[in-house]
Every structure is written in structure tokens, then in C-alpha cells.
Ligand binder design. Sequence first.
Ligand SMILES: Nc1nc2c(ncn2[C@@H]2O[C@H](COP(=O)(O)OP(=O)(O)OP(=O)(O)O)[C@@H](O)[C@H]2O)c(=O)[nH]1
Length: 504
Amino acid sequence: MPGIQKASCSTMNRGAGKVKQDYLQCFPVLRESVLYGFACTLQNTGCRDPFSSEVKPRILLMGLRRSGKSSIQKVVFHKMSPNETLFLESTNKICREDVSNSSFVHFQIWDFPGQIDFFDPTFDYEMIFRGTGGLIFVIDSQDDYVEALSRLHLTVTRAYKVNPDINFEVFIHKVDGLSDDHKIEKQRDIHKRANDDLVDAALERIHLSFYLTSIYDHSIFEAFSKVVQKLIPQLPTLENLLNIFISNSGIEKAFLFDVVSKIYIATDSSPVDMQTYELCCDMIDVVIDISCIYGTALIAIIGFMPTKGEGAIGSLDYTPEERKALAKKSQDFCCAACGGSMKSALLPVTSNSNPTNNDREAKELARQISFKAESSSSSTAARKQVLVSPVSSEPSGEQASESATQTETPESPEAADSQTSLQSTPREEAPQPGPLNRPLSPRQRRAQQPRRPASPTYPQLQLQPEGSSHVGLAVLIVVLTLALAALIFRRIYLASEYKFDYEL
Ligand SMILES: Nc1nc2c(ncn2[C@@H]2O[C@H](COP(=O)(O)OP(=O)(O)OP(=O)(O)O)[C@@H](O)[C@H]2O)c(=O)[nH]1
């Protein structure tokens, strides 16, 4: 068990680690992406989370109402299907989300309501912009964007005054409804007008980046990837590493993915082909789906292992010592089909092998699993059963006297209940006999246990002393003998009566 814990992978379900490894061996681009992904952290330009000591970069989502801000957040970070966004309600307050919960990329996203008013004195925009790393302004390309452009200008100029280091990103959104020509035309027009406004305000040094996006394809993931990349201080190093990697491996293209959100944190310097990126995204989906299926199953199995067997079919009805010995032995297991060995799959246990959330989940599962024998008796009743059962181990004097009190006169219904439940005592509760008080093996325990009565209604029968059964047998024999004698006597009588009649 501890070995399994150490075999875990951080971004996915622990149990699915091996499955994921196999997949990643087949897809080196993904493998490298995933492996590098673990080590990435974002630039420290953000706010201090009131609930943690960690400082996270902040990305703001701004734009007019119904431009698609919440949809972008839900699709990229919550795996919401694009069609479901049709039912999203309008945002009426700032929604902050900590993305570090779902991946190894740590940042916060703040989704602003479209109707936000910068001139409202209650809106402390200075505080907000001061800790911001990136500002995404969403423009609905299917709508008239004149108002959106003036709002963009106002937002950018205000933010720039407070924090000139902010990266300004403009998402020309909902382009799925536009033809290719139309898209290019819109982008050119928006780009020109926005920059002209900045030039007019003598703020031409402000750099705006434009992206054509839609939640109905991968363009939104690609755009978000580029936004996040700008916040990674190690980006040039990562790109260099990926360049070296592809030049030495013969791999065409390498992405460094954040597996959970499917945004890529870095790629080599060759141009990004959308189709390759989409292929990798699809592969990540497959890996995550499989890891979910196998991960859940594995957690259930792991949870089952420490569960008390209670003689259930397929259960591990062994003492803790035997279980430990078996666990050690299992490390020598080698799969005949694939040749993989347990030793190579599991990492060694160290003092740092702290339990993860999944381990706790497995323990909780183990706690919840209860077999029939356990569930039908309370722990108190179980203890009482241990005391009154005529098992070969001898209870102490104190225990014996308690058992006598319990069996003779149940003073209350509860006491009667406790007696009735005596049949269903868990076997592992039996006292551990032997001079060294060593736990017994399942076979020994079975041998020591009394046969359970067929009917659970008469627990007192268990308490009959052995001699009483002999007396009963003798009485039965006498009664039977008498009955037989009576029958013979009657037969003789009838025979003589018949004879008498005949004579008459
Ligand atoms: N066609 C298309 N529709 C989109 C896209 N993104 C979002 N939408 C739709 O746009 C509508 C508004 O989306 P929201 O995400 O609620 O917009 P919002 O900007 O958060 O709105 P507020 O909360 O009012 O500020 C929804 O019906 C979405 O389904 C897209 O890429 N293409």
C-alpha cells in the first residue's frame, strides 16, 4: 500500500499513474509536456490570497455584457460544454477563481460583470489593477463593437496608469459565426480602431495583443495559452529545453501542457500548427478519461484492501502481519503478458511518503465498507458476544461475571436486543488467545469458533453446558422407549380383543 501511494502522479488520480505512464510512453510529445508541466509556476506578479500565504498572478476577464467572459472561463477551466453556456446567467458581481485547484499552474481569474462602472466610487480599480498580470478584454464579434471599443480604451488607459506592466489581451470572440474573410476583416478593423484611440490619447506605447477566439473550437485554449505564457518567467528556458528535446528525439513538435486545462505553457520555437495542437488536446482528453475510470476503480480496490474480510468471497481475511508479508511479496510480481514488474512500477517508501487526498479517500472507503456480520451488531453488543461465547479462549473472571449477568436476566429491551444480536459478532473481535497473545490466522480463528446456531432467536442455547445435552438425550430415549412399549401393549390388547370377539 505505501508503495502504491508513492507511485502516484500529481495531476491525475493516483491510481491511474501507471495507466498514464503507459499512455505517455506511446505519446512522447504528451509525456514531455506532462512531465515538464509539473515543474511550472507562474510569474509572481499577482495578489496575496487572503486564504493562503502564496502570492498568485491575477488575470482579469473584462468586456461588455454577454460578450462571453463567463463562458470562456467555464469552458477552459471547468470543462463545460460550449452548448451549456447558453444557460449561463449574467454575472452581477466580481467572481474570483483560483485555478491552482485544478492544475499545477497557479493563478487567479477574476470575472467582471459586463456593466461595471469605473467611475463608481465604490469600485477600487487601483487596488484591482495593481496586482494584475494580464487583462483580457472580450469583444463580441457578432455584435456592434463600437461601444466595446470605447470601453476597451477606458479600461486600458485606467489600468495602464495604475500598472504599466499589465499585458493587455483582446479576444475578438464568437468568431465561429464568421467566414474566414470576415474574421480577418474584423480583426484588422478592431485592431486599427483600438490603436488609433491609443494614439489619439498619446498612449501608443501600450501594446494590445489580438486573438480570434471561440468556445466552439480550440482557438480559446490557444489564446489562453498565450496569455498564461506571458506570465511565466521561465518561458525562454522552457522553449530552449523543448528545442533541444525535439532536435535530439526526432519528434516534430513538443508542447508543454497544463493537462487539466489543456492550455500549453510552452512550446518549441517552430510555428504552432492548430491541427497538431488539437490532436494533442484530444489525446489529453483521452488520457484524463481513462485515468478517471481506472483511478476510481483503483481507489475502490485500495479502499477494499485494509477492510476486514469477515469471510466475504474474495476478501483478504488475514491478520495484519500476514497482510504485510503478502504486500512485501507482491513486489516481486511480474506480469507474464507485458513483462512489467511491480518493483519498477512502485517507488520506494520514504519518510516523506505522506498520505495524499486519494489515500485519505481510500481510507474513508475502507471505513465505510462493512460486511453483513459487522453491520448487524453494535460494537457494544459485539463486545458482549465475545464475553458470553463459549469459545475455547477463556475470558477473565471479570468478563465472565459480566457475561453471566447479561445472559440470565435481560432487564431492559436494550439488554434483550444485545443478547439477540450476539449471533452476529464480527469474528475479528474474538479475544486473541495464546501465551504470546499473537493474532491468529484465519484458519486458526475458524477452528476456534463455535458453530453458529441456525436460528438467531435463541441465544441462550449457546450457553447450555455440555452435560445438559446428554441428559436431554437420555430423557428422549426413555420417552421413546415408553411410547414404543405403549404401542406394543395396545397391539397385544387389540389382538386379544379380536380373539375374544371371534370366540363369541
Ligand atoms: N456563438 C458563440 N456564442 C458564445 C461564445 N461564447 C459565449 N457565447 C454565448 O454568449 C452568451 C453570453 O455568454 P456569457 O458567458 O454569459 O457572457 P458574459 O460576458 O459572462 O456576460 P455577463 O455575465 O452578463 O457579463 C451565452 O449565450 C454564450 O453561449 C462563442 O464563442 N460563440
